[in-house]
Structures are given as structure tokens and as C-alpha cells.
Design a protein around this ligand. Structure first.
Ligand SMILES: Nc1nc2c(ncn2[C@@H]2O[C@H](COP(=O)(O)OP(=O)(O)OP(=O)(O)O)[C@@H](O)[C@H]2O)c(=O)[nH]1
Ligand SMILES: [Mg+2]
Length: 484
């Protein structure tokens, strides 16, 4: 034990007692050099702090809504509108996701066939097929199933290729992410294979995109030829092209549609549905169009922050926009709150076509009821009382298709009563409900912009987004005192 009056720290850093003059000189030189490095670092940090103070604050937009509401699709529209070149350099990566989407549809169909051949016919309540019809697969269909089995393996291989090495063991993809102010832009990408061949998810929209770029390719290249390795024998496109005929036969087979219908599976209304375009997506040198990229489905797990520089309507002032895209699944919603602070705008997406569907994560919860509950909790949040709210009643194209096919809105929303089962009346009803909740539940009175959207229709969505961008830019410039 040192005596009480001896400072242990001073003793630890004191020069050695038996130091020679030569040793002393080199120690002093070393200390001077270390101090110089430390002073330089302080200088850099101080200059960076000053610069950050001078730069205008970025405009921050948070995309909220349940899973599959269209948040990531809205972000893609922003990118396509504001950074079309950068968006298009990612075609090669989206090509892989679309192939994965096709393979997932095949898996769902083959699983449904297996179920139909093994279990007694159990019609779903929505099935239009009579329960007396037997839907056991015929020998042709069973042969097709065997032929297509290699595609299931390809599905797994492709998923693994997209995954980072720790994806199977780590739980980090579902850990709470840190707000952007405390961390660098996202780099980590983790895909997850859900139990039972369920959907894959990614926790960043950045790093996974490099997984399918050719080694050494020019990332800024506009041409997909530069980033896809067409000679790669393991490219998923090779097997997909080889089995294209079987895929077409499978999707054209009437028993397949009857089986899916009987089991209540409606692939056409799900995200990432490409089976009606098999000729294109299985072609030898398939390159996705913008439309395909918007329709590709990849579930978000964490929070992806996307930064872009945008100019005001006169083209004279540029501001940084930061758009935050979160995972909408129930288990991920607790992680939204750290992002509520300091947001300029929230775009809330409610997929109103989902009135007859339930949540994947909680099959007893109606999806429209979940959107309404989520909207209520977001608009009543005190942290968000000064934030601009924009509501997208999304997926109106699917709503239209459902109503036209005879699905009755009132069968799922009893309060709708005897109103007409058409677009105009149902959308007006839902808009009224959402606006009323905002009025009643907001801690302070606020304006609300509400749009009926189809996020996979680039033209109409970008028109709406352009208006939002200009509105936010104006109010930001006013706040900064740059315009009055
Ligand atoms: N037909 C149609 N499809 C849409 C629309 N909006 C989004 N989709 C599709 O629905 C799927 C789900 O959309 P996402 O944008 O991935 O949903 P998300 O809200 O990001 O979902 P999570 O990441 O799970 O929270 C995608 O395949 C989209 O292409 C729409 O208005 N109409
Ligand atoms: Mg998403």
C-alpha cells in the first residue's frame, strides 16, 4: 500500500528515477510529438464542431406504418425522383431480390400442393371452390413439383448469399438501433431466414446491395452489364431460365389456383408477385425495370437512413434531406421512439386494401384495425406534437381490385353499414375516420395532409412526394429565417 500522501497516478507517469540524460532527451521528444498529435486532433474536432454549427440542419422525414404498408417503396420513390442515377446503379441487386421473390412464390405454391396432397380438403372461408371438389394434385402436377424442387434449394442458396456470416446466430438485427446522431450511416446488413420458409428481411438498405455486384465493378456505372456477372454459372438466373417452361406450366395449372384459393392464399395481392411476368423475369439477360424494383419485396428489420441533397423549387437553395425507413412489424415498433425527437415530418402509411387481412405476426389481428390503432398512438404522442403529419392511404389499386371482385368492405368493418361497396364511398369513409382520430387524439391542433396513394405507381406517387418536398423545403427555409 502506498503512503496516503503519495499520488499513485503521479507516481505512475513520473519519469524513471535512474533515467540517463540521453533517455531523458528522447522521452521529452516523444512526449512533445504525442502532444502535437493530440493538439491536432483537438483542432480538427473543434473545426468540425464550428462547421456543423454553421451548416443548416437537415430536413428529417420518418416513414411509419405497419409491415407491408409501403414505407420502403415510398423511400424508393424518393430515391428514383431525387437520385435516379444512383437508384439505377442498384438494378443488379434488385434483380437478385426479384429472383428471390419469384422463388418464394414457388415455395409457397409447392408447399400448398404438398398440403393438398397430404391433408383432407379444408376450404378457407373465402374460397370460391365447393368443399365437395377434390383438389388432390394430379400426376402431371406432382411431376412438375419434383422438377421444380431444385428451385427450393436455389431459394436457400440465394438467401445465404445475401446473408452476412453471423445472420443465423446473431440477434443483433433485432436489437434497438441507435439514432443517426449517435452512429455512422448504416453499413451492417443482415438477412434472416424465418421459420417455415417465411420472408427474408434486411436491416439496412445499403450494404446488402453490394452482394450481387460483380467484383471490382464500377459502383457508379449506369449499365447493369457492368455490375452483373453474366458468365457466372451460379447466377440464379441460369436455373430460373432453365426451368422457365415448368414455372409457366405450374402457374397456368388450374388445380394450382384452386388449391391456393382453397387455402386462402392470394399471391397476386402480395408484395413481390412476379409470376404473371415469368417470360420477362426468367429471361436469360433479365434486368429489372424501375417498376419491377418498386414492386420487389424485402422486409425491413432495423432502421435505414437515407441521405440526399435536394434543391428548392427555384433550384437555388440546396438542403440535405434525411429519410428514415423503419421495420413495421409489431416487435420492431418499440424501436421507433428514439427517432421521434427532432423530426420535421412523418409520412404515415396505412394500406387500406388490407381491410380483409390479418397481420402476419399476429394472425388474429385485422390489419386495418392495427393501422387505426397505430395511427392513434402516433398522433397522440406528445413528442410528435410539433411534427408535420402526412397520411398516405396506400394500396388503392389493390383496394379497387378487391371491391371489384366482390369482396364486401362492410363484412369486415361493421360500422360501414349499408354504404355502397365502391372506391369513392369506402375511401371517403376511411379518410374521415383517420382525420377524426387525428383531430381527437392530437395533443395540440394540427393540420393534416392526406393522400390516396398507389406507391408502385411512380408517376402519381412522385407527384405527391414532390409537393411534400417543396412544402418541407419552404417551411424549413422559413424556420431558418432565409425566407419570410
Ligand atoms: N399493388 C401495390 N403494391 C404496393 C403498394 N405499396 C407497396 N406495395 C408493395 O407491397 C410490398 C410491401 O411494401 P414495402 O414498401 O416493402 O413495405 P414496408 O412498409 O417497408 O414493410 P416492412 O419493411 O415490413 O415494414 C412491396 O412488394 C411493394 O412493392 C401499392 O400501393 N400497391
Ligand atoms: Mg420496409
Amino acid at each position: 500500500m502506498p503512503p496516503a500522501d503519495v499520488d499513485p497516478l503521479a507516481a505512475a507517469i513520473a519519469p524513471p528515477r535512474d533515467e540517463s540524460p540521453h533517455e531523458r532527451q528522447s522521452r521529452v521528444l516523444r512526449e512533445l510529438a504525442a502532444k502535437q498529435v493530440s493538439d491536432d486532433i483537438d483542432d480538427i474536432l473543434s473545426r468540425e464542431r464550428q462547421q456543423a454549427k454553421r451548416q443548416p440542419k437537415p430536413v428529417k422525414i420518418l416513414l411509419l406504418g405497419q409491415s407491408e404498408s409501403g414505407k420502403s417503396t415510398t423511400l424508393k420513390n424518393f430515391q428514383l425522383m431525387c437520385e435516379p442515377k444512383a437508384f439505377r446503379t442498384e438494378r443488379a441487386s434488385w434483380r437478385a431480390i426479384i429472383q428471390l421473390n419469384v422463388l418464394r412464390s414457388v415455395r409457397i405454391i409447392l408447399d400448398a400442393i404438398s398440403l393438398a396432397s397430404s391433408s383432407p380438403d379444408q376450404p378457407s372461408p373465402r374460397s370460391s371452390y365447393s368443399s365437395r371438389d377434390s383438389l388432390r394434385p394430379d400426376p402431371d402436377l406432382l411431376a412438375l413439383r419434383i422438377h421444380l424442387y431444385p428451385l427450393l434449394e436455389l431459394h436457400d442458396t440465394l438467401s445465404r448469399r445475401l446473408a452476412t456470416p453471423d445472420s443465423s446466430s446473431s440477434s443483433s438485427s433485432e436489437d434497438a438501433p441507435t439514432p443517426s446522431s449517435l452512429r455512422p450511416p448504416p453499413l451492417l446488413s443482415i438477412f434472416r431466414r424465418r421459420a417455415g420458409g417465411k420472408e427474408l428481411a434486411v436491416n439496412s438498405n445499403v450494404a446488402w446491395k453490394t452482394a450481387f455486384m460483380r467484383d471490382g465493378s464500377n459502383r457508379d456505372s449506369f449499365s447493369t452489364d457492368d455490375v452483373v456477372d453474366w458468365d457466372d454459372a451460379e447466377d440464379p438466373g441460369v436455373l430460373l431460365h432453365e426451368r422457365a417452361d415448368d414455372l409457366r406450366k405450374l402457374w397456368a395449372h388450374p388445380t394450382v389456383h384452386a388449391i391456393l384459393d382453397r387455402q386462402g392464399i392470394r399471391l397476386q395481392e402480395s408484395g413481390g408477385f412476379f409470376l404473371d411476368e415469368l417470360d420477362v423475369v426468367t429471361s436469360q439477360r433479365y434486368v429489372p425495370t424501375d417498376d419491377h424494383i418498386l414492386r420487389a419485396r424485402l422486409k425491413t428489420l432495423g432502421v435505414a437512413e437515407h441521405r440526399m441533397m435536394l434543391t428548392d423549387p427555384n433550384g437555388s437553395i440546396t438542403r440535405e434531406f434525411r429519410i428514415f425507413d423503419v421495420g413495421g412489424q409489431r416487435s420492431l415498433r418499440a424501436k421507433w421512439a428514439p427517432y421521434f425527437d427532432d423530426m420535421n415530418c412523418i409520412i404515415f402509411l396505412a394500406p387500406i386494401s388490407a381491410f380483409d387481412q390479418t397481420l402476419e405476426e399476429e394472425p388474429e389481428v385485422n390489419r386495418l384495425a392495427d393501422s387505426v390503432a397505430l395511427w392513434t398512438s402516433v398522433v397522440s404522442n406528445k413528442l410528435l406534437q410539433d411534427t408535420n403529419f402526412i397520411l398516405f392511404l396506400n394500396k388503392i389499386d389493390i383496394l379497387q381490385a378487391k371491391l371489384t371482385s366482390g369482396i364486401r368492405f362492410a363484412d369486415f368493418v361493421a360500422s360501414y353499414g349499408r354504404r355502397p361497396n365502391d372506391m369513392d364511398s369506402t375511401t371517403r369513409y376511411m379518410r374521415k375516420q383517420f382525420v377524426a382520430i387525428s383531430k381527437d387524439a392530437s395533443p395540440v391542433p394540427r393540420g393534416l395532409y392526406c393522400h390516396l396513394t398507389n406507391a408502385v405507381d411512380t408517376k402519381s406517387t412522385q407527384y405527391v412526394l414532390l409537393g411534400i418536398k417543396d412544402m418541407l423545403m419552404q417551411s424549413h427555409l422559413k424556420q431558418s429565417g432565409l425566407i419570410i
